[in-house]
Design a protein around this ligand. Sequence first.
Ligand code: ZN
Length: 171
Amino acid sequence: MNSTWARPLLDRCRLRSDFLADVLTPAGRAVSIQWSAGLRDGARDAVAGADIRRRVIHLHPSLKQRAAEYRRILTHEMFHFVWVRLGNPKRAAWKDLLRAELAANARGELGWSSAWRKAELPARFDEYTCEAFCDTAAWVFAGGASEEYTLGPKWRERRRAWMLRMAPYHY
Ligand SMILES: [Zn+2]
């Protein structure tokens, strides 16, 4: 399967139940979605990956049978494209927000990708901030439940407020 989607989705700043219909609407600068097995995140197996330069998102075929997880993971990968276009001031503001959490010893994360990097701070700080951004976006915009949502409610809501304040997003 190879599908594309475009900006109106994120300009509305939320994903709805007709998410897939939006995804399939070809307009603007498209990002291709490709099913790929054997994906890696560093030394670990992964279910997805974004190739920013080629504008391709790779998703593991196992996600075909897991609709909610598919939506969460795809949103995460989509926000890798948002991150590179976010601009330095907003990226710096996001890093400040995370530094404040870390200073307050906030535990947990909103996805495995940021969680394992958080455990390897300070070495992986830049990677961590990017992955936490994408994980947070997936939590805010894809909705649903996940056992990977372990960040405390107070911190989650701060992140949600930040995400909504900084919208719309472009990719
Ligand atoms: Zn990621």
